[in-house]
Design a protein around this ligand. Structure first.
Ligand SMILES: Cc1ncc(COP(=O)(O)O)c(C=O)c1O
Length: 398
């Protein structure tokens, strides 16, 4: 565990680090940065104790799929560890372009650009396009990567209520239809598990000069035909300008993608600072993502299993009277409201061998402090039964 240095603070920033209450509390209760000593499928070990992993985003359970492992090993041997340069300069390889072209056709878009992280891709999907004088309209609950992109644009910002079409209408009612706009939403919201009602948004935003960005980090691999995502699920691929996402969830690798028309993606390749000034995705991670995408297309049983598990799990939690915030997807919150309750619940789950995450503000509003859980196709029937027992135990004292 990290400890604070005892030397005298030499400046205001060191002082701020030493006296930060949030860091003190994190280190005192220690529910984060836990270094597992081993992992097999959906199980991890902490100080030798076996735990069921219930907060990973490995929705399809592909992180130890033999084809994914084999592809990673082969790429490492053939290409070495990294490309040591940006795509713009010396870092582009044929395998990046192959993955991009396969992802683009899977998503129903003309083109795609991959980067080293979903965070980077989502950030650049906004920052590369919006500028001063534009208006960005955003669901107030979107992910930090999207806020980071918004902050760098200089555009005017209007938030609307989470998943609230009336609130979006209200915002639009105050604006001229001509002004250049960007709408930013998540397809599946990472904390809440809610699905954005894209058809309603698209109806309201018609003729509003609006560029639509959907971050589908948690919808990709989960919703739509073969797991093509939220936009495919609603059949609105042609009406959405950008589908951005992460390869660290259903694709069980690391990295991110931005998909859109050829013109839009080529513009991003010219203007995205995250692309021009940052090294390319490594051969190994690209190969793992490529293999995972191939598995997603060829082995539908993982998606089927994910949804069987999700239905079982949601029923189990609802039967215990737990508040899952009307999650409709494998990303499943258990809303506890107060940090003390969340910590108590988390500890009891740990005691029974189930690992989850406490989500405090600012990731959620103070009255929605929750335990974030996520179900995977990799969870076995036995895992689900154990999870059920642990939930019953944790829910008892609430
Ligand atoms: C909605 C959303 N967008 C983007 C990201 C960033 O993805 P990555 O972990 O690949 O950087 C995340 C990750 O948690 C996410 O939940």
């Amino acid at each position: 565990m990290a400890t604070f240095t005892s030397f005298k603070a030499r400046n205001g920033i060191v002082e701020r680090c030493i006296s930060d209450d949030q860091t003190r509390l994190r280190l005192k209760y220690n529910p984060y940065y836990l270094p597992f000593d081993r992992q097999v499928g959906s199980h991890v070990w902490l100080d030798g104790k076996e735990l069921i992993m219930l907060s990973s985003n490995d929705y399809l359970g592909l992180s130890d799929h033999p084809k994914v492992i084999e592809a990673g090993k082969k790429a490492l041997e053939e290409w070495g560890s990294g490309t040591t340069g940006s795509r713009f300069a010396n870092g582009s390889r044929y395998f990046h372009e192959k993955l991009e072209s396969d992802l683009a056709s899977f998503l129903g878009k003309e083109a795609c650009h991959v980067s080293v992280a979903g965070y980077i891709s989502c950030m650049s999907s906004i920052e590369s396009f919006a500028r001063k004088g534009d208006l960005i309209i955003v669901d107030r609950n979107v992910h930090s990567s999207l806020w980071a992109g918004i902050a760098n644009t200089g555009a005017r910002l209007e938030r609307f209520g989470h998943n609230n079409i009336e609130s979006l209408k209200e915002v639009l009612g105050q604006e001229s239809p001509e002004i250049t706009k960007m709408l930013v939403v998540e397809g599946v919201f990472s904390m809440e598990g809610h699905i954005a009602n894209l058809p309603d948004y698209l109806t309201v935003i018609q003729n509003q000069n609006c560029f639509i960005v959907v971050d589908d980090a948690h919808g990709f691999g989960v919703l739509g035909k073969q797991g093509r995502g939220t936009v495919d699920y609603f059949g609105v691929t042609d009406q959405v300008d950008i589908i951005a996402g992460s390869m660290s969830k259903s694709m069980a690798s690391t990295g991110g993608f931005v998909a859109g028309s050829t013109e839009i993606i080529e513009y991003l390749r010219t203007h995205s600072k995250q692309t021009v000034f940052s090294a390319a995705l490594s051969p190994c991670q690209t190969a793992c993502a490529q293999a995972a995408l191939d598995v997603i297309k060829e082995e539908p049983e993982h998606l089927q299993h994910l949804w069987d598990n999700t239905r079982y799990y949601h029923k189990l939690l609802l039967d215990l009277g737990l508040d899952i915030w009307e999650s409709k997807t494998p990303a499943t919150p258990i809303v506890l409201g107060k940090i003390e309750s969340a910590y108590y619940f988390w500890k009891k789950l740990m005691k029974k061998g189930v690992f989850t995450n406490i989500i405090p503000p600012p990731a959620v509003s103070p009255n929605k402090i929750l335990i974030r859980t996520a179900i995977s196709a990799r969870h076995s029937k036995e895992d689900l039964e154990k999870i059920g027992e642990a939930m019953k135990f944790a829910a008892k004292g609430l």
